[in-house]
Design a protein around this ligand. Structure first.
Ligand code: SF4
Length: 190
């Protein structure tokens, strides 16, 4: 099984002989060769990668994610943005949309409740029909986010991951000792 997470070799590039037995460089050669071909020839991939790198560099430790999102969209040349949001996060989404509009974006927002409770496929279709260039996910439920991503024609990015227990801070249970202990099925690996 491939397990980068257990690696301390620090050999993601260069000499393959320094990699551990579970390294994907040893076991996923076809996939990595295909990736190399795509990321060096596909113009859209090249553009996204270039813009992502410039945003990460310019905003490093200074810009919150929402700022990174806006800079990314601007540098990509996106003008019309879609926001697929959970109705339970309407206030936060309204703040987001007003910020986006103040920065010159056209914003199409659609609630999960469109034509009936929890309709992520409907959200995707509405944004597809509106011709959005980038879709932003705000707090869609676990699973509904998968359906939205399956049917969204525009590339999408998630700004808020819903977590009703932690104030949408999904990493908290991974770093908090109490939660880590509670979530572990046994002491193995702890
Ligand atoms: S790619 Fe290979 S060397 Fe890099 S972290 Fe994964 S296992 Fe380690």
């Amino acid at each position: 099984m491939i397990k980068c997470v257990e690696c301390s070799a620090n050999a993601c590039e260069g000499d393959i002989n320094r990699t551990p037995q579970f390294c994907p460089r040893r076991h996923a050669r076809d996939g990595l060769d295909r990736a190399q071909q795509i990321r060096t020839t596909d113009q859209q991939v090249l553009k996204v990668a270039e813009v992502a790198e410039s945003v990460a560099k310019d905003g490093y430790r200074r810009w919150p994610r929402v700022m990174e999102l806006m800079e990314f969209a601007k540098r990509m040349g996106f003008r019309r943005l879609g926001v697929a949001f959970c109705a339970g996060l309407k206030e936060e989404t309204r703040a987001l949309c007003r910020i986006l509009e103040s920065q010159g974006f056209e914003v199409v927002s659609v609630a999960c409740t469109v034509e009936g409770g929890c309709n992520p496929v409907g959200q995707a279709m509405v944004l597809n029909q509106a011709g959005t260039e980038l879709n932003i996910v705000v707090g869609l439920c676990m699973g509904h986010d998968i359906l939205f991503s399956k049917f969204s024609e525009a590339p999408l990015t998630t700004l808020v991951v819903k977590d009703r227990v932690t104030g949408h801070n999904t990493v908290a249970p991974l770093v908090c000792g109490y939660w880590r202990k509670a979530l572990m099925k046994s002491d193995v690996g702890s």
